[in-house]
Design a binder for this molecule. Structure first.
Ligand SMILES: NC(=O)c1ccc[n+]([C@@H]2O[C@H](COP(=O)([O-])OP(=O)(O)OC[C@H]3O[C@@H](n4cnc5c(N)ncnc54)[C@H](OP(=O)(O)O)[C@@H]3O)[C@@H](O)[C@H]2O)c1
Length: 241
């Protein structure tokens, strides 16, 4: 497929490599301009934002959530059948307070509202290291799962297949309104679960507790923590396994 990615941070850059390696035609843009991609290790073609939307099937948005309104014009020029994937998460310390999200609007519903387009939420509930290093084949035991939410079943199925291609079982987390179940502070968030446990974790999510737990986790971060330490901490605090 022809895939455009906005943002070349750990998630966008990793996806560029994985999707390129699977034979997709990948283009990457930075929301501020091409020069910001100069030192980035991306696969595929680096292009200006204005060129990214030309002739793509899927647009992956991998930016700090608060930057999303800045790409509205570019998104408004996309063809209606382009699938838009939202990988973002909301962290108030980084994104500043966004009132509607603070009041309970699911983060990707807010993104969708900003863009005036429906989105599929995916690639948000695993750490970048998990995405880059811990994908495995369908036959592996305990293959890690990721949640995918969205309103359009066909679009969601296409993105679930992409998740599978890059090494992960995809678990259908219902509509975009339901996508809060895979947000920061929930048991499904960055806990590296297999598909059965991911399904249970999504069911167990507590909407009121999630933002409290999200902020609580941050208090336990220490310099020098390894990836495994962080996953272990998440599992402990979210009472997973
Ligand atoms: N990292 C993870 O483990 C992880 C896991 C799941 C989901 N996510 C979510 O996925 C999204 C992307 O995260 P990420 O960790 O890959 O990278 P990120 O630090 O959010 O940066 C993503 C891209 O946005 C650019 N950027 C930063 N500030 C910008 C601004 N003001 N205007 C325009 N572009 C800007 C970055 O450029 P520079 O590199 O030049 O700053 C980078 O190319 C975030 O919403 C994040 O919460 C992250």
């Amino acid at each position: 497929m022809k895939i455009g990615i906005i943002g070349a941070g750990p998630i966008g850059a990793t996806l560029s490599h994985k999707l390129h390696a699977k034979g997709h035609h990948v283009k990457v843009a930075d929301a501020r301009g091409l020069s910001h991609l100069k030192d980035k290790e991306i696969a595929g073609e680096a292009v200006a934002l204005e060129q990214l939307g030309q002739d793509i099937d899927i647009l992956i948005i991998s930016l700090p959530l608060a930057v999303v309104p800045q790409i509205k014009e570019m998104v408004s020029q996309l063809k209606n059948n382009v699938i838009i994937v939202d990988t973002t998460n909301y962290y108030p310390f980084r994104d500043a307070q966004i009132t509607k999200i603070e009041e309970g609007m699911p983060e990707s519903v807010w993104v969708s509202e900003q863009l005036g387009r429906d989105v599929i939420k995916a690639f948000n509930n695993q750490l970048a290291y998990t995405l880059s290093q811990k994908g495995s084949s369908q036959k592996s035991d305990n293959r890690i799962a990721m949640a995918v939410a969205g309103n359009d079943d066909l679009q969601k199925e296409i993105i679930m297949n992409i998740a599978d291609e890059v090494g992960f079982d995809a678990v259908d987390n219902g509509t975009l309104q339901n996508s809060w179940r895979q947000q920061p502070g929930t048991p499904a968030y960055c806990t590296e679960l297999n598909s059965d446990d991911m399904t249970k974790a999504l069911e167990r999510a507590d909407k009121a507790a999630a933002p409290i737990q999200r902020d609580e986790v941050g208090k336990y971060f220490e310099p020098g923590m390894t990836h495994e330490d962080i996953v272990h901490l998440n599992r402990k605090l979210y009472k997973v396994n």
